[in-house]
Design a protein around this ligand. Structure first.
Ligand code: TXA
Ligand code: MG
Length: 351
């Protein structure tokens, strides 16, 4: 049986959070909101508790979990060293939407790291997440709280849909502000490397670290020759049941292309929709799922996963999605969108 605790970030019920913290401490599972997406947490130092996460999600056991802490001192027992780059990132971006991959200590069980000698550490800024971890008194392993392969949950109804009956507690708050997961940065190599783009942008990382590389598998479709360094990046992900096709190019030409293709789809009996920005949604003849404003990428990242889930609620067979530019949060948005689309992209350009 799953208990649902409704807690308001702006008026936290400490009594309920203490109950949830105790369940974590005792080896149970608790879903909680963070500033990125909802997480499915368990005591990171308890292998049996951690195994419950893999089971609830249907997650492959070779995909490591990240460990959440509420304060700097919580990091020290989990890692064997905090190098200069890690210090800088902690100082500038924690708490916030970043996960730093560091050399792990012996305290972190192999179940958490899937046998790797590194561990991803994250310190969420969301008040409920932070307070819950503090009250639990243990580091909390937590992947996104979706069924493996589906878009990460950013609304309480998403976690209830995916996880009711599979965990001990769901803490239902509101909408996750950032809406895409944390940026995963590995600082154990020669040059810091982004393994997954996310809430902290590449530009922000470069502004404090100077040289930062991006795992080539983030930018291109992973293949036999291009294996993603974050194990989770190699799996099919963020995929709604609908087929997703990205169309990129000048806005009016994109709309023209999508309107034309969708006519053919409809003639073949397919139910179609388009994921479109506020600025361009008026250009379409078909059903529009709005994803936010091109002028404000945060409005798009915050809506993206909800929009992908909506396609399934509406029984859409094929959805077209407008591409966004890859600056700032656009890199993370396009990374998730490309995965949702299985890398199907149509490019239209001026003749
Ligand atoms: O925003 C987030 O990061 C959310 C919230 C709940 O904190 N969590 C999240 O966890 O997205 P998850 O497990 O869904 O994604 C973590 C990613 C996976 O791609 C995983 O393979 C990678 O981080 N990862 C974890 N530990 C790693 C390690 N030691 N080395 C390389 N990649 C790692
Ligand atoms: Mg995930």
């Amino acid at each position: 049986m799953t208990e649902i605790y409704r807690i308001d970030e702006n008026n936290i019920d400490d009594h309920l959070l203490l109950k949830a913290g105790r369940i974590l401490w005792e080896g149970g599972t608790v879903i909680f909101p963070t500033e990125t997406v909802y997480g499915l947490g368990a005591n990171a130092l308890d292998s049996a508790a951690v195994n419950k996460i893999f089971k609830a999600k249907g997650r492959p056991s070779d995909n490591p979990l990240i460990v959440h802490v509420s304060e700097y001192d919580g990091i020290l027992p989990l890692v064997s060293e905090i190098n200069e780059e890690a210090k800088t990132l902690i100082d500038k971006f924690m708490p916030g939407p970043i996960t730093i991959v560091m050399k792990k200590s012996a305290a972190v069980p192999d179940e958490v790291t899937a046998g790797l000698d590194t561990v991803g550490i994250r310190m969420p800024s969301h008040r409920i997440a932070s307070r819950l971890i503090k009250l639990a008194g243990v580091p909390v392993a937590a992947p996104s709280a979706n069924i493996s392969g589906k878009p990460s949950p950013t609304r309480p109804e998403h976690v209830i849909h995916d996880m009711d009956g599979k965990v001990d507690v769901i803490i239902a708050d509101g909408i996750c502000d950032v809406g895409v997961e944390s940026t995963v940065v590995d600082v154990t190599g020669e040059v810091p490397m982004v393994l997954r783009p996310g809430g902290i942008t590449l530009e922000e990382l470069r502004s404090v670290l100077g040289h930062v590389e991006v795992d080539p598998a983030v930018l291109k479709e992973p293949s036999k020759n291009l294996v993603a360094r974050a194990p989770g990046m190699k799996y099919t992900h963020y995929a709604p049941d609908a087929e997703v096709v990205i169309v990129s190019g000048p806005a009016d030409m994109v709309a023209e292309k999508i309107n034309r293709l969708s006519k053919e789809d409809i003639a073949m009996g397919r139910k179609v929709a388009v994921l479109a920005s506020n600025e361009t949604k008026g250009l379409y003849d078909i059903m529009v799922v709005p994803i936010g404003s091109k002028e404000d990428k945060l409005s798009i990242s915050a809506n993206l996963f909800a929009a992908l889930r909506k396609l399934d609620d509406m029984d859409i067979d094929r959805a077209y999605a407008e591409a966004v530019d890859e600056e700032g949060l656009g890199l993370a948005i396009m990374n998730r969108l490309k995965k949702a689309a299985g890398y199907k992209i149509i490019r239209v350009s001026e003749k």
